[in-house]
Design a protein around this ligand. Structure first.
Ligand code: HEC
Ligand code: HEC
Length: 278
């Protein structure tokens, strides 16, 4: 129990470096809340997350594993401090991906994401040039299926049978490709830019640039994804997914809580602005 709390705390430290000073405090408080919440009601979703944290190889296995994972966590606490200070990230230890091997595994992906990860259909994300660690996290979370924090039937079908090594290779390949540029709708730029750069003080929306950077390049170490050039339609869909609780995978519910404060019009405008970022 203690170890789970400290794990969450460390996790919070890891995800915080990109935050503004003001946000850092808020986010720490939020992490505490989350810790208390997950202690109080060990929902299946939490259990699934924990499983992916502690037994990544078996992340897709039956939920009863979470009990074992909890036991492991207790054992972990009594171990001598030989481990490095930082715990493995939420998605477990990273394997080294091989770009060439990854390229050879993309046959099933090209139909939607394009031959090089630059999808031309605006509902389907561009994944070329995205950070490798972020891609690994998403693919592993899709693979958890309905119990996972990002369930999407078509992607689940694509990754359900992939190994950790397949995922590492695919992520290495797509991260190595170059993303194509996008374009903003000039009628939406003003509002979009205001939200992106300044947030909305009245409704408590944090400026997107605090985490995703002024040019939408994100922060690789903190696993904040690159957004620039992404299809506005896809961004819009994801902001709604976070807001409607369909996508629940951002650390400390960062994106879930921000999206709740955005109106439909703000989502539309900021999504278009992001597509034009470069
Ligand atoms: C049938 C179309 C389809 C196929 C085939 C497909 N994808 Fe996807 N992919 C999607 C859709 C739709 C989403 C957005 C899912 C959502 O709304 O959460 C997505 C999302 C993703 C994301 C998350 C991107 C982000 O920015 O968070 C990654 C990574 C990804 N796909 C990789 C792959 C890989 C690797 C393959 C091949 C093994 C693949 N996809 C095959 C449709 C597809
Ligand atoms: C406190 C940090 C933070 C702030 C502020 C923030 N984000 Fe995010 N955002 C994240 C993180 C972390 C993720 C990745 C979640 C995950 O691991 O799946 C993310 C993911 C996203 C995604 C999904 C990208 C994809 O490829 O699927 C979109 C879209 C997004 N953010 C848009 C925004 C917008 C628009 C704003 C401003 C209104 C914003 N974010 C503000 C941290 C932040």
């Amino acid at each position: 129990m203690k170890s789970r709390l400290s794990l969450l705390f460390l996790l919070c430290l890891i995800v915080n470096p990109g935050l503004s000073m003001a946000d850092a405090g808020k986010s720490a408080a939020k992490a505490d809340e989350t810790a208390v919440k997950s202690e109080a009601d060990a929902k299946p979703q939490d259990a699934a997350k924990d499983t992916s944290k502690e037994t990544p190889k078996e992340a897709g296995a039956a939920p009863t594993k979470s009990e074992e994972a909890a036991k492991d966590a207790n054992a972990e606490a009594t171990k001598p401090a030989e481990q490095p200070a930082a715990p493995p990230p939420a998605d477990g230890p990273q394997l080294v991906g091989n770009i060439e091997a990854g390229k050879g595994k993309t046959q099933t992906c090209v139909a939607c994401h394009g031959p090089d990860g630059n999808s031309t259909v605006p509902n389907w994300p561009k994944i070329a040039g995205q950070y490798e660690n972020y891609l690994v996290k998403q693919l592993r979370e899709f693979r958890l299926g309905e119990k996972g924090p990002r369930y999407e039937p078509s992607m689940y079908g694509m990754v359900a049978n992939l190994s950790d090594q397949d995922i590492a290779d695919l992520a290495a390949y797509y991260a190595s490709e170059k993303q194509t540029l996008g374009k903003a709708n000039s009628a939406l730029v003003e509002v979009g830019q205001r939200i992106y750069r300044g947030g909305n003080v009245k409704t408590g929306v944090t400026a997107c640039l605090a985490c995703h950077g002024p040019e939408g390049l994100g922060n690789e170490a903190a696993k904040y994804p690159k957004l620039s050039g992404q299809h506005a339609t896809y961004i819009d869909l994801q902001l709604h997914a976070f807001r409607d609780g369909k996508r629940k995978n951002s650390p400390n519910e960062m994106m879930e809580s921000i999206s709740h404060r955005l109106s439909d019009d703000e989502i539309k405008a900021v999504s278009s602005y992001i597509e034009g970022l470069r």
